[in-house]
Design a protein around this ligand. Structure first.
Ligand code: NOJ
Length: 750
């Protein structure tokens, strides 16, 4: 299958016939076994676990991954009681378990080995939120493909990625794992990542399946608290949260992971509406559904299952095919069938979907992984080069007063200050358990490439990231006094974002703001470099620094990427994919908001009565930095907006163009964005919706006409009856540099 993208969202009659053959030979217990994804690790008590995590943190490393096999696992696999294992970072052990399944179980059905390969395995790329700031789907396809190459070389068949949850709440730590706040952008990133993971010509000769997650609306957790209640309308579900999943399936994904949250009273793990009505009846999708970790068992504390058996019954009847970790299916499902509480046909359907994926992956033909491969594949030079490119493109320049950046490597003294200047492990970000600190270039390492061990480069950390150790702010201030410019590297450590890492205060943690306040007193020019897994609330910092780069948790090459941008070897082109609030009190703040009956701007019944508009009395409505925003070292001018189709047929195509000119001193890349607004519809519409984007590279002085062609059906939405409709009427359209600016035009759909 050279150079192809594998599609696991399709039915192949030959494969179905093989499944029929297998099903007809399987005992009920063997069928249930296929629905069991088991952790292969020996149970470890929580105290010991915390101890290991702490030790690893102190050593600046991910938690030690010495493998302790789960007692009894060999026999369970031999007995056909296990269909899948997860997160086992050891190809030798994977081959061992696979051999037991293939050679020693009665029917020889291979295991499918899953793992969290979220933004690279050993070649750790920037966190997905950062990656999305590239607005470069072909690049992210290549990055996902590298992740698949490495995963596959390590015996992994199935990656629990991409996370396609729309996230509009930066308090939620998992905003780090997705593509931000916008559905159209999220769909583009979902497609790209699925295609990359499912590349058909991996060096291992094997394949990897993507598993988009978390189905669904996980990102809408109340108050940004992880695992918390989700209560949204069916309209918002259909319009905002479901489409990235559909996009991932249409790109070929053949599995999905259900989410931990409830949706309007029914946990996603047992939600027949999302799992059956939407996936099967409406979308006719033949893929398989995996639960999240322990989520079947969690139906008990959710309060809809009386006990583990009840949880198993609810899960399987709702359409949940495979259970991750908690052992409701393995313990109770066969009995439920024997007692008549669950029809065997329901189990058969679930098993069919699991076997379908295994057969499509070719696991029956190629169950094993060549153990010599990892050494040749991991961290290959071309992978590291790609990680640098992604890191460079993901960095967002938010401020550059007086053109402070780029700095000149040839002159002046630089004080590099801040607890993250020399950080390695923290640049890996969340979900990088196979990443290694020694593979990472810190910001200081990157700067040393330009300045060598020159005495023009001084480094003082000033304070720890959090309040966990001694600070020496006066030493930092002294270094700043000696310097011509300060590069201040501050932000969040890796373990402050990701799963179960919700924060209610989004400012700089620990004493970092105090450090900045002290440095600001020196009146030296300050370049802020933010290392973070989420949008932060930094109005004070934004006012204090002269230039501001968001470097995110940028992966193994982040430090080099920062240095390349600081010294002008590369030009920033990243743009934000999630709004940066002015204050936590604005959250959720996102550009695609609704107008309300009393909008702040534009026509409204109360437009002359300021106090009675939809507003805060103590802050503006808009965020500090908007969705789509990001600067360059050059400038771009937009002109000549042309709406080529002022009247668009409902099944026609909207054509809009604008001239974009590079009016600054050097070459640069601009992300040109297309937004629309449906002015009057049967249901309220957002004040702006992203409908397209293009990355355009222009030399200094060069101009280009950028043309968008948008099929009019993409102007549709779920109508009053929840069916998709494109309604006739007037629209506004913008072409511009971000969601808060742009040239405006009009068209009408007829
Ligand atoms: C829980 C997380 O929610 C999910 O994203 C992950 O894939 C599983 N654990 C497995 O590690």
């Amino acid at each position: 299958m050279k150079d192809e993208i594998c599609r696991y969202n399709q039915i192949d009659p030959a494969i179905e016939a093989r499944i029929d053959g297998l099903l007809s030979q399987m005992t009920l217990d063997e069928k249930v076994g296929q629905l069991v994804q088991m952790s292969p690790h020996a149970p470890i008590d929580p105290e010991e676990m915390m101890k290991r995590i702490k030790e690893a943190q102190e050593a600046g490393q991910p938690p030690q991954r010495v493998y302790h096999p789960r007692p009894g696992l060999d026999d369970m696999i031999r007995a056909g009681r296990v269909g899948s294992i997860l997160n086992l970072p050891d190809v030798h052990w994977i081959n061992h378990y696979q051999q037991l399944a293939v050679r020693e179980s009665r029917l020889g059905i291979p295991l499918i080995v899953g793992a969290d390969v979220i933004h690279g395995l050993r070649t750790v790329f920037p966190i997905p939120l950062a990656e999305s700031c590239t607005w470069d789907p072909p690049l992210l396809e290549r990055a996902a493909r590298v992740a698949a190459e490495e995963a596959s070389a390590c015996g992994i068949d199935w990656t629990f990625a991409p996370m396609v949850d729309i996230a509009r709440d930066p308090r939620w730590g998992r905003i780090a794992e997705g593509a931000g706040e916008d559905t159209t952008l999220g769909m583009a990133m979902a497609r790209a990542r699925v295609r990359g993971f499912q590349a058909g010509d991996l060096a291992s000769g094997r394949r990897v399946a993507a598993c988009p997650k978390h189905y669904v609306a996980y990102g809408a957790a109340q108050a940004g608290r992880d695992y918390h209640t989700v209560d949204i309308s069916e309209r918002t579900l259909r319009e905002v949260y479901l489409p990235p999943f559909k996009a991932a399936f249409d790109a070929g994904a053949g599995s999905v992971m259900s989410s931990f949250n409830e949706i309007g009273g029914v946990p996603a793990t047992a939600n027949a509406f999302t799992l059956r009505t939407v996936l099967r009846d409406e979308w006719q999708w033949p893929g398989m559904v995996l639960s999240d970790y322990d989520a079947v068992k969690e139906l008990i504390p959710h309060g809809i299952a009386a006990d583990l058996k009840d949880a198993a019954r609810l899960g399987i009847l709702a359409g949940l095919d495979m259970e991750m970790a908690s052992e409701a299916y393995t313990t109770h499902l066969a009995a439920l069938v024997r007692e008549g509480a669950v029809p065997e046909s329901v189990v058969d359907e679930a098993v069919r979907r699991v076997l379908r994926l295994k057969l499509q992956l070719g696991l029956f033909e190629h169950p094993y992984t060549d153990e010599a491969l990892a050494d040749q594949i991991l961290l290959r030079d071309d992978f590291r080069a790609l990680a640098l490119q992604v890191a460079c493109e993901s960095i967002v320049l938010l401020k550059n007063e007086g053109g402070l950046l780029p700095l000149s490597p040839g002159e002046g003294r630089i004080a590099v200050i801040g607890p993250l200047a020399d950080a390695r492990h923290d640049l890996l970000g969340c979900w990088a358990s196979n990443g290694r600190a020694e593979d990472v270039e810190s910001v200081l390492d990157g700067m040393a490439v330009y300045l060598g061990s020159s005495d023009r480069l001084a480094h003082v950390s000033g304070c720890p990231v959090k309040d966990e150790g001694p600070a020496d702010i006066p030493a930092a201030v002294a270094a700043a006094h000696e310097a011509d410019v300060v590069v201040l590297v501050v932000g969040e450590s890796a373990n402050m974002s990701g799963e179960a890492r919700s924060r209610s205060h989004l400012g700089l943690p620990g004493r970092q703001q105090e450090l900045l306040d002290a440095i600001a007193q020196t009146d030296k020019p300050i370049v802020g470099v933010l290392v973070t897994g989420r949008p932060l609330v930094i109005p004070r910092m934004a006012g204090q620094v002269d230039a501001l780069l968001v470097a995110w948790h940028g992966g193994i090459r982040a430090g080099r990427a920062v240095a390349d941008l600081l010294f002008g070897a590369a030009v920033p082109s990243g743009k934000l994919t999630a709004s940066w609030p002015r204050t936590e009190g604005q959250i959720p703040v996102y550009y695609a908001q609704k107008s309300t009956g009393r909008p702040m701007e534009g026509a409204g019944t109360t437009q002359f009565f300021e106090p009675f508009k939809s507003r805060y009395i103590d802050e503006p409505n808009d965020p500090l930095f908007s969705f789509g925003y990001g600067l360059s070292y050059t400038t771009f001018d937009y002109s000549d907006l042309e709406v080529h189709t002022p009247l668009v047929d409902a099944n026609g195509t909207l054509v809009v163009s604008a001239r974009v000119a590079n009016t600054g001193p050097r070459a640069g890349t601009e992300v040109v964005q297309l937004y629309v607004r449906d002015l009057v519809a049967s249901v309220t519409r957002p004040v702006k919706e992203l409908k397209g984007f293009q990355r355009v590279t222009l030399q200094a002085g060069e101009a280009q006409t950028v043309r968008f062609e948008l099929p009019a059906d993409q102007l549709g939405f779920p109508g009053l009856d929840m069916r998709r409709v494109v309604e006739p009427g007037a629209f506004q359209v913008w072409v511009g540099p971000d969601s808060a600016a742009g040239l405006e035009g009009h068209f009408e759909v007829q």
